[in-house]
Design a binder for this molecule. Sequence first.
Ligand code: BYC
Length: 481
Amino acid sequence: MNIMNVDYSTKIPNNVNLSEDRQVLKALEGWHPGYIDWWNDMGPDGFQQSLVYLRTAYSVDPRGWAKFDYVKMPDYRWGILLAPQEENRVIPFGENYGEPAWQEVPGEHRAMLRRLIVIQGDTEPASVEQQRHLGKTAPSLYDLRNLFQVNVEEGRHLWAMVYLLQKYFGRDGREEADELLRRRSGDADSPRMLGAFNEATPDWLSFFMFTYFTDRDGKMQLHSLAQSGFDPLSRTCRFMLTEEAHHMFVGETGISRVVQRTCEAMKEAGITDPTDIAKVRALGVIDLPTIQKKLHLHYSLSLDLFGSEVSTNAANAFNAGIKGRYKETQIDDDHQLKNATYPVLRLKDGAIVQEEVPALSALNMRLRDDFVGDANAGVTRWNRVLERAGLQFRLRLPHVAFNRRIGEFAAIRADTDGRPMSGERWQADRETMLPSADDNRFIQSLMQPVHAPGGFASWIAPPRIGIDNKPGDFEYVKIEA
Ligand code: BYC
């Protein structure tokens, strides 16, 4: 079989020769009904019989890997796709730097590897659960289709991790695969593993912020795991990144279209003061300060996903050759961090100070810094929309100490500029920094579905180009199939 093309003859499409790997095929086929049950219970609420114009991966060739067609979501071909194996690949960092990459799990690192794969796997179904009610309030068929595209691909990413667990981790891998279908986002007894994946995604502005910021954490983490010396994990993550790009596109263009619509409506009504919230809201668009508050929330939740700034777990994973740095192979150093240091923001006597620490222990911080740089690029593009509209208002990322629950700053309250503040001040000012109940009620009031082809809700501009170059009035979802 050509590794580039996917074998669709087995129940589970794949490019890993499953038809000759009977044991793993059997295990995956055994897991499949539970997955479909989970999809029916916790996947998109409604629309399961609608025809959705979705892309499906049919190859892992970067020059052409997906095809678009109408599919009912439960019939989506969730497959197992790994990027082609690189010949003579070596472990690109850590204590085993330069040795041949592992094709089997190295015994001494088994527990650590399994934990990272389980954490990665846990986030994928969690996001589908968080977004399951959004279909009911989609602002257009275009957006509805994008939501479902993201959802089915997160489902595929779960399959990707489950394949690794079932193929390489025997019985405990199978148990972990079952647990991934058992935990539920936000459940009091059996929550998802990481904080941000237990938060609600109650409206479409949250969805766009989530796909912009939280999926971008996914991008950074997947890049680090794509460097792994455990080759099957590396190849899996490399292909997942191909799909991930669209998810962040949905977020970035989603926010951009919301900002654009607000600017247009303000201009038409002759409103120049963005803080004149009541007047702006009366136009049926989301005022800019509320967009900024949503940004504060989702950015700070996403920062928590990087773990503690100083972490021995991260150092151990790097030393072991299991989890590298963002773009590891492009970094010009010893790839072992023997004598290197890295600047970390820390809390000392209630103040935020910068401190040089051994680079090995600062890998979470470093990845978070890479994330901040990457996230800033989109903010700059949103601000161009504001600039073109002639408004002074600018969106910005808050300080990394703002609203944190993990790491150095979990112990303090700080404002959006990183100035420590008392608990009372925080309570008093909270609603100026984070969405208030009133803000959320207003956003909810705008969440009315628009199902006419080519139609868009009052609060969001149409996209500049359609998916797969389709025209503006294309029926991306045939709701009554
Ligand atoms: N919430 O040394 P520490 C995505 C735990 S998103 C709860 O600080 P470490 C996606 C930690 O487990 C990407 N607990 O950090 C996006 C540890 O517990 P134990 C998902 C947390 O170990 C959108 C303890 O605190 N992928 O793909 O370096 C849609 C001390 O840990 C949290 C990954 O995250 C938290 N936020 O962990 C769909 C990659 N942070 O072991 C998908 C895999 C830390 O002491 N995961 N803890 O019991 C990892 O690389 C690492 O586990 C972490 C940081 C990045 C989470």
